[in-house]
Design a protein around this ligand. Structure first.
Ligand code: SAM
Length: 226
């Protein structure tokens, strides 16, 4: 899977790409992340990517021309099935179903906005879909791009060292009412910490009882108990 990120802050990604499972996937060639600085697609000496909004109002808007040039440059070198995704709080809410769908592409272009966002003509003419990672507003699309890279990559065959972990994860299945099934609670040593005990059944070694307990405790979301 090849991810292309169009951003004016490519350095934001450095630590993220250099640690843990994602780094391993990149080293193996399973995942590629290409950072494209939007300023490299400008023509003026100040490398301008934004301008004031027509009609007035606060802030600056990302201009269509550099974004168009960046998208066309990436597409001209790409092969296979791909999609251009704009990141915006106004987009369709990102979830595990969308994550699974995106694993079916060879490449994705993720447009990370800043300031007041993008000239609307980019959405109208240049992108395939608009995605939001939740109902809140961030400073930029870089963190949303990282969310999508990580969520999609970990579903790719070969990414997880224990792929069976994916089978029991939250949001993998839906119940008869259409509600997502969430993972069961997990515990590890010590079995008794400050008098806070692990459920006895999990220490019993009785796999049938453990399985029943876990099934009963799927989708149990709780706050602190004391
Ligand atoms: N004026 C926009 C609004 O109110 O909808 C907010 C722009 S935000 C400050 C700048 C950029 O951050 C957006 O263009 C988008 O790329 C990104 N962004 C912020 N929140 C986001 C979210 N919840 N999901 C996806 N992208 C987001």
């Amino acid at each position: 899977m090849r991810f292309h990120i169009i951003t004016i802050f490519p350095n934001v990604f450095s630590g993220f790409l250099e640690e843990s499972l994602l780094k391993k996937a990149i080293d193996k060639g399973l995942v590629e992340v290409h950072l494209h600085n939007l300023r490299d697609f400008t023509t003026d000496k100040h490398k301008t990517v934004d301008d004031r909004p027509f009609g007035g109002g606060p802030g600056m808007v990302l201009m269509i021309e550099p974004v168009d040039k960046a998208i066309q440059a990436i597409k001209s070198k790409e092969k296979g099935r791909g999609k251009v995704i704009m990141l915006s709080p106004r987009g369709e809410r990102f979830n595990q179903e969308k994550t699974k769908e995106l694993t079916g592409y060879d490449w994705l272009i993720l447009l990370a906005g800043r300031y007041e966002g993008f000239d609307e003509r980019i959405r109208e003419h240049l992108v395939d879909e608009v995605v939001s990672i939740g109902d809140y507003v961030l400073n930029g699309g870089e963190v949303p791009a990282m969310v999508i890279i990580e969520a999609v990559s970990r579903l790719l065959p070969g990414f997880m060292s224990t792929p069976e972990s994916l089978e029991h994860e939250s949001f993998n299945e839906y119940d008869e009412k259409g509600q997502p099934v969430l993972d069961y609670p997990q515990y590890t040593r010590p079995a008794n910490y400050k008098g806070w005990k692990v459920p006895e059944v999990l220490l019993s070694g009785d796999h049938k009882r453990i399985e029943t307990w876990r099934r009963r405790n799927l989708s149990r979301v709780e706050g602190p108990t004391s």
